[in-house]
Write a protein that binds this ligand. Sequence first.
Ligand code: GDP
Ligand code: GDP
Length: 436
Amino acid sequence: MPKPIIAIVGRPNVGKSTIFNRIVGERVSIVEDIPGVTRDRIYSSGEWLTHQFNIIDTGGIDIGDEPFLAQIRQQAEIAIDEADVIIFLTNGREGVTSADEEVAKILYRSKKPVVLAVNKIDNFEMRSAIYDFYSLGFGEPFPISGSHGIGLGDLLDEVAKNFKHIAADEYDDETIKFSLIGRPNVGKSSLVNAILGEERVIVSNIAGTTRDAIDTPYKANGQDFVIIDTAGMRKKGKVYETTEKYSVLRALKAIDRSDVVLVVIDGEEGIIEQDKKIAGYAHEAGRAVVIVVNKWDAVEKDERTMKEFEQNIREHFLFLSYAQVVFLSAKTTKRIHTLMPEIVKASENHALRVQTNILNEVVMDAVAMNPTPTDKGKRLKIFYATQVAVKPPAFAVFVNEPELMHFSYERFLENRIRDAFGFEGTPIKIFPRARK
Ligand code: GDP
Ligand code: GDP
């Protein structure tokens, strides 16, 4: 089942980013320091009761020099294009404005469900302000207060009612879904063509299905694959398609549906800052990753070049130490055969479940080898560990006091687990938990 996508639209200052942050919650990043990934976030996951979803703050998508009204119209169009359910946010302290009416006009044209919310209703006395908003034509307005956290439960209940109309993802669990991300011109489209040219067995091209994406399913060596479209491959000719935030949004959506993400780098140009940011998204999403150095044909090389380039990648992408690096040329298709085995391996490891007894042997051996840390005279005690999830593999480690688990010790345990089980290509997560 794909996660439903909610988008928040509305004119500036109604409280979109306040609501977004409330719903997403304070999520502490496990990544050390990836520039721009956690900052200015416009797309994130959230949950309400049993519902998991992704949410977009369209207000964060800056459409360059467009005039004010054009900007908010385009943000509403993005919501219609990208979301399953739309929250139309207004400000109860200012009443209905002409800009609200403009947004409403765009939303009327969409078949997507719209839930109208009136923000800044900070107390009960202010509730009468909502009646004005019936005139927008979206039925009952939901009074909320982003800064006080009032009314969000009722709003999300209403939003979640619309989730059941969303079609299930069309692929089974055995199908390996992957996407290609990277800045423009690194060769993503060429690589897709090279992969498909090599395999030749395209099942069909599903355009504009439930996700409004272009997926290309194919079969190779008895294994089903799907290539999931990213921004570069879709061209509707809309103004906002060229904006950076929008392409990031498209990439994040594709990453979210993938098992494996290919981070494509231009071998001729080398690594630039933007590559790091893009790779950071894949890592944060907990997807398996293969780093692809493309245009290897255009690189002047001797027997050391590949090793040096890989060294360079390792230094730049410290957080992706688990990812394998593949060097190839989409243009000449040289070394292209080295890619698929890495995708398959990363995907298998991403879904790998290990035996609890062997896991505990590994953890106990690790503790015997390297004593647990102490703090203020107290020592961390590890009782046992168990795998709690796959995609990516996650381990709960039951301890006396979770605060005693230092980052460096967690890293040490992760490395021991990797030494024992492999897990090449996939991030793994470790959660210290207090034993009850
Ligand atoms: P955006 O431009 O729509 O994303 O709006 P922001 O989230 O940046 O909020 C605009 C301003 O409204 C900020 O100063 C917020 O603190 C304020 N604000 C947001 N929600 C509420 C609310 O529920 N009540 C009140 N009184 N102010 C709010
Ligand atoms: P995208 O924007 O990432 O999808 O990149 P494209 O696939 O459109 O490729 C951008 C440019 O790089 C095109 O001119 C391609 O011909 C060129 N290109 C792609 N792959 C290779 C490669 O392996 N070697 C060389 N020399 N050029 C390539």
